[in-house]
Write a protein that binds this ligand. Structure first.
Ligand SMILES: [Zn+2]
Length: 94
């Protein structure tokens, strides 16, 4: 193997470059970013699991999310109702 910094040929077991001292392996390889998926959560659901799904997605309290949904449902032009039904149909079950 070769040093990633200076290109010196190194022993495969070497942990540091003998010439420049650079570590041969990346010290910290970040784990692949786990993308959250918006979905309906069926455990603990009240109607269709939409609120729980959104709550998890936005890292919010389920109760708070329900309050927001109820607000959207009751306040004209009632976009909450449309959004809820669309979510219900579109979002996959967990
Ligand atoms: Zn080196």
């Amino acid at each position: 193997m070769f040093c990633t910094r200076c290109g010196t040929k190194l022993d495969d077991a070497a942990r540091f470059c003998t010439k420049c001292g650079a570590p041969t392996t990346a010290i910290c390889v970040p784990a692949p970013f786990e993308t959250k998926k918006l979905r309906r959560i069926l455990r603990g659901k009240k109607i269709a699991g939409v609120c729980a799904g959104y709550a998890e997605y936005f890292n919010m309290d389920v109760t708070l999310m329900r309050v927001i949904w109820v607000g959207l449902l009751l306040v004209p032009p009632n976009i909450g109702l449309i959004a809820y039904i669309v979510s219900w149909i579109v979002l996959p079950k967990e």
